[in-house]
Design a protein around this ligand. Structure first.
Ligand SMILES: [Zn+2]
Length: 89
């Protein structure tokens, strides 16, 4: 697999790593169980903003909710396309 081997951010290599990570997640972590647990964390250096502006926690929860919603849609689409034999989209 091609890689430019740069240590800085490269959109092409990042997309590949993201795809590989997603595939690893699907094969290794996302088991066929009826429930999921997702944990969102805040990087330590950003926590101070949430400490003093508590209303940001509401925004954070709404963003996390939207992310989970989109992850769920993506997961279900891939699962359904695999079942119908059309491959992952
Ligand atoms: Zn690259």
């Amino acid at each position: 697999m091609f890689s430019c081997r740069t240590r800085e951010f490269c959109p092409s290599c990042h997309a590949k790593r993201l795809e590989e990570w997603g595939e690893w997640m699907r094969k290794t972590l996302i088991l066929d169980v009826p429930h999921r647990q997702v944990v969102f964390t805040i990087p330590k250096r950003l926590r101070v903003f949430f400490k003093y502006k508590r209303r940001l926690l509401g925004d954070l929860c709404r963003v996390a909710d939207r992310i989970i919603y989109h992850l769920k849609l993506t997961f279900l689409r891939r699962k359904n396309s695999r079942r119908s034999g059309r491959g992952a989209a």
